[in-house]
Design a protein around this ligand. Structure first.
Ligand code: SAM
Ligand code: DTB
Ligand code: SF4
Length: 323
């Protein structure tokens, strides 16, 4: 037993994190679970609902993303921003279905002032007035825009680092890692919680996975929320032919994230639909404490609703009435 497991530290090295990741699986899961139980209620799995409020036509070239305008072969229509009233109605439904957090995503490179951003502000206020946590992901942000979001009561801003600084350029060329870090610092400066994580299964190495966790775990404070996505390969994107990762790689990534960021919410995010019930439970034992709940993620199908009912029944968590 390593005595120091569970301490909040900001001085992690890539080597140390990679070594943790490579510990024998049962040791890794056991240690992560011990830390998890120390910092969180092990029976609680938070349901978050996800909605694409503005889909497609994004100028960025993220290789994994079906919403990039660079990937012309993707079968996706480009939509205008949704109207706030329908978004708030969907949030209300999600709340009835058991979601505590409502996350809204826009396929933007950056926020622009004007009617569309005003609409987002209205959505955030509406979701907060339902008593739900509100999270948005809108791309890059300027200080005065973060300030408006904070005033509207935004709980968290999602802005992923996706991978290590070294691997990043192989996946995205239209912005830099530095751009990402700058937005994260702006969000933090206005007192908004950070939701920041990444994707595994894009062709990166274990060092890259550890490298991303190092950047996150060396932030002070740690991001309050760390989404771990498994790549959902989408037809028409450059990563369409990537094989699905072995679910145990996700277990290792979740466990390592839990060990290096003991108090953060670790979210088992995209890619859950490819995991059976038991693999998902392993991720929850290894330290995940939230899932996206509902039919769709942003543009791709989420875990099946019926299977989720079985998952929550197996966990002994009451299934709330579906809207
Ligand atoms: N445009 C904004 C941005 O990039 O910050 C917000 C929306 S973007 C779709 C949010 C996140 O979804 C990305 O950072 C990425 O981590 C994740 N994502 C997108 N496509 C994915 C895929 N095919 N598989 C797994 N995760 C994906
Ligand atoms: C995150 O890390 N994962 C979510 C949320 N943040 C916005 C998005 C997953 C998107 C998966 C691909 C899609 O459905 O378009
Ligand atoms: Fe645009 Fe975000 Fe998709 Fe990148 S991940 S193409 S920034 S919507």
């Amino acid at each position: 037993m390593t005595i120091m497991d569970g301490a909040i530290r900001h001085d992690w090295s890539v080597e140390e994190i990679a070594a943790l990741h490579e510990r024998p699986l049962l040791e890794l899961i056991g240690r992560a679970n011990a830390v998890h139980r120390r910092h969180h209620d092990p029976n609680k799995v938070q349901k978050a609902s996800l909605l694409s409020i503005k889909t497609g036509g994004c100028p960025e070239d993220c290789a994994y993303c079906p919403q990039s305008a660079h990937h012309r072969e993707v079968d996706l229509t480009r939509d205008r921003i949704m109207d706030p009233a329908s978004v708030i109605a969907m949030a209300r439904k999600a709340k009835t279905a058991g979601a505590e957090r409502f996350c809204m995503g826009a396929a933007w490179r950056q926020v622009r002032d004007g009617k569309e951003f005003d609409a987002v502000i209205e959505m955030v206020e509406g979701v907060r007035s339902l008593g739900m946590e509100a999270c948005v992901t809108l791309g890059m942000l300027k200080p005065h825009q973060a300030e408006r979001l904070a005033k509207a009561g935004l709980s968290a801003y999602n802005h992923n680092l996706d991978s290590s600084p070294e691997f990043y350029g192989k996946i995205i060329t239209t912005r830099t890692y530095e751009d990402r870090l700058e937005t994260l610092a702006i969000v933090r400066a206005f007192g908004i919680d950070l939701c920041c994580g990444g994707i595994i299964g894009m062709g990166e190495t274990i060092e890259d996975r550890a490298g991303m966790l190092k950047v996150l775990a060396c932030m002070d404070p740690h991001p309050e929320s760390v989404p771990i996505n498994a790549l959902v390969p989408v037809e028409g994107t450059p990563l369409a032919r990537r094989p699905r990762i072995d679910p145990l790689e996700l277990v290792r990534m979740v466990a390592t994230a839990r060990l290096v960021m003991p108090a953060s919410m670790v979210r088992l995010s995209a890619g859950r639909s490819a995991l059976n019930r038991e693999a998902q439970i392993l991720c929850l034992v290894a330290g995940a404490n939230s899932v996206f709940y509902g039919d769709t993620l942003l543009t791709t199908p989420n875990a099946d609703i019926g299977e989720d009912a079985e998952l929550f029944a197996a966990l002994g968590q009451e299934e709330s009435e579906r809207a």
